[in-house]
Design a binder for this molecule. Structure first.
Ligand code: 5RP
Length: 232
């Protein structure tokens, strides 16, 4: 898909998710990133058209966009989240995900875990046979960043400390991020457990068993639901 087509596909799938899954008088979780942006934009239109909605934002940037689009915000934990809508960096056949390319993995996972229903919106290029081509983000408390980097390297990954503007990247939660290349991830649940076993890891970008539905925007302009299979 060319860049223009890719952008149109993101827009189509973001809007479609809101139109299909957002109902009046509900609280929605709104994701982060360039695909989720279009869901936020559509939710803002619904609010302007008079629909009563509240949103829990998965990042500071999403909260800023909600304010810009007039979507009332709820604090995480104060309201039941009826449906959460978010993008992903990779989607496997069993609907496990890699997320966190935009650095919002902790809040995105918190919202996905809490939501009654978690809708993933992607373009075709995010659908993979195996997770792992995209470097796996791992959020780590700053004190432990170097230690956890070495521990993850010992698990077999090539690890980089994420940077922005020449300094270590700082998440909305005040933590650091490690981008970890494990190669093909054959057993995501085992890897996630191993990562969470390292003292200092806050969370990983592996989202396993959280997805309720995956909407995929295809290059021919259509949107399809991804059928779930156990994987290869
Ligand atoms: C941010 C995320 C995003 O959902 C993911 O990176 C996909 O973003 P985009 O839609 O811009 O490709 O996990 O932390």
């Amino acid at each position: 898909m060319g860049d223009d087509l890719e952008e149109r596909a993101k827009r189509a799938v973001g809007r479609k998710a809101v139109e299909e899954f957002v109902r009046p008088a509900t609280c929605i979780g709104l994701g982060s990133g360039t695909t989720a942006f279009y869901a936020i934009e559509r939710a803002g239109e619904l609010v302007r058209e008079g629909m009563e909605l509240r949103a829990v934002a998965t990042s500071g940037e999403t909260a800023r966009l909600c304010r810009e689009y007039g979507i009332p915000l709820a604090e995480f934990g104060d309201a039941e989240i009826d449906v959460a809508i978010d993008g992903a960096d990779e989607v496997a056949p069993d609907w496990s995900l890699v997320k966190g390319g935009g650095g919002a993995l902790f809040r995105e996972k918190a919202v996905a875990l809490a939501a009654r229903c978690f809708i993933v919106i992607v373009t075709e290029r995010k659908v993979v046979e195996w997770l792992g081509a995209f470097p796996l983000p791992v959020e780590v408390v700053p004190f432990s960043l170097r230690y956890v980097k070495r521990e993850i390297e010992a698990l077999g990954a090539a690890v980089r400390v994420r940077e922005r503007g020449g300094a270590a990247y700082v998440t909305d939660n005040g933590n650091g991020l490690l981008d970890c290349r494990f190669g093909t991830i054959h057993a995501p649940a085992d890897l996630d457990a191993a990562l969470h076993g390292l003292h200092g890891v806050v969370t990983s970008g592996l989202f396993i068993g959280l997805t309720s539905k995956v909407l995929v925007a295809k290059s021919d302009g259509t949107i399809a639901e991804l059928a779930r299979s156990a994987g290869l």
